[in-house]
Design a protein around this ligand. Structure first.
Ligand code: ATP
Ligand code: MG
Length: 297
């Protein structure tokens, strides 16, 4: 399996990037969106458990709840939210006042209900956010973003800003069609060409690979050969996940021996073994800048 990251995704060279790279040493920040066309395919559970698995493996992880309308990372982690990303957007709170600490030192940037548009943030708010994020340079080496489902502007914002995109689908035809629709918008309107597919909720690898082949076939036919959709693997259907959700704990924490938990651990390893092509995503401020000033939206 070949790595995914595109240097050109970062919008060309940047002096800021060069400086931050030399300050941060050889470990660049990775920003990974976990996204889907169809809702309810398992994104939030994947973000929480993959984040926890990465933290167990020694990484400094920030989870961003990018589902600004239907936030629920905090619920899945059993965290009490006092302030949210909206308080940062509206200049009421600093990032450090809003960030929560989850298990194994996970940092979580929670959202809340209501659908603010990232596009509506004005200049001073954007600058405030960028400055706030500067404090965390070096304290985070991977950002996982739960984007919410669909092709709304906020979903697209996070997917454009992320250096890597994990598209989640299950074996339902609608989930495959909707994954295709999302990929198509990101390719045709925003020039994204590389995606990784993670299949969730299937019973065996053959089923997952069949989902991958179906999506790949349509994507190749309609989007051209230069679009890369890589197969990242699958998380099995596992009743331990809804059981853990009911208890507001990650399945990996509550049932570490469950098949899904083992799959999350293996997935975290695989993601880290696959070094992004070009090797860099930039620093956290750079990520936020791409988020707040995307092209073509
Ligand atoms: N591998 C799995 N096996 C069994 N149940 C699962 C699995 N993955 C997710 N689920 C269940 O599916 C439901 C939806 O999961 P989740 O909330 O993570 O999806 P989502 O993609 O974030 O949804 P939304 O688009 O609404 O944000 C949850 O009730 C969860 O318990
Ligand atoms: Mg969700």
């Amino acid at each position: 399996m070949k790595p995914t990251l595109l240097l050109k995704d970062m919008g060309g060279s940047s002096p800021e990037l060069t400086i931050s790279q030399s300050l941060r040493g050889p470990e660049p920040l990775r920003t990974i969106s976990v996204t889907s066309g169809k809702g309810g395919v398992g994104k939030s559970n994947i973000v929480v458990n993959l984040g926890l698995a990465l933290a167990h493996q020694g990484h400094k992880v920030l989870l961003i709840d990018g589902d600004l309308g239907l936030a629920n990372l905090d619920i899945l982690l059993g965290l009490t939210v006092q302030f949210t990303i909206h308080d940062v957007f509206s200049l009421r709170k600093s990032l450090s006042e809003v960030l929560l600490e989850g298990p194994a030192g996970l940092k979580v940037l929670p959202a809340s209900s209501g659908i603010p548009e990232l596009a509506d943030l004005d200049g001073p708010r954007k600058i405030f956010l960028l400055d706030e994020l500067d404090h965390y340079a070096g304290e985070i080496d991977v950002v996982l973003i739960d984007t919410g489902a669909g092709i709304s502007r906020n979903v697209l914002f996070f997917n454009i800003a992320a250096g890597e995109r994990i598209v989640v689908a299950n074996n339902q035809p609608t989930s495959i069609t909707d994954a295709y629709a999302l990929i198509k918008v990101l390719v045709t309107r925003h020039g994204k060409k590389r995606f990784q597919l993670l299949v969730n909720g299937v019973s065996h690898s053959g089923e997952a690979e069949s989902v991958y082949r179906t999506l790949l076939r349509v994507a190749e036919r309609f989007l051209g050969r230069e679009t890369t959709l890589e197969y990242l693997g699958f998380i099995p259907h596992d009743e331990a996940i809804p059981k853990a959700v009911m208890k507001q704990q990650p399945v990996l924490k509550l049932y570490p021996q469950a098949p899904a938990s083992k799959a999350f651990t293996a997935l975290a390893q695989r993601i880290w073994e696959v070094t992004p092509q070009g090797g860099i995503n930039g620093n956290i401020k750079f990520f936020w800048r791409r988020l707040l000033q995307p092209s073509g939206l």
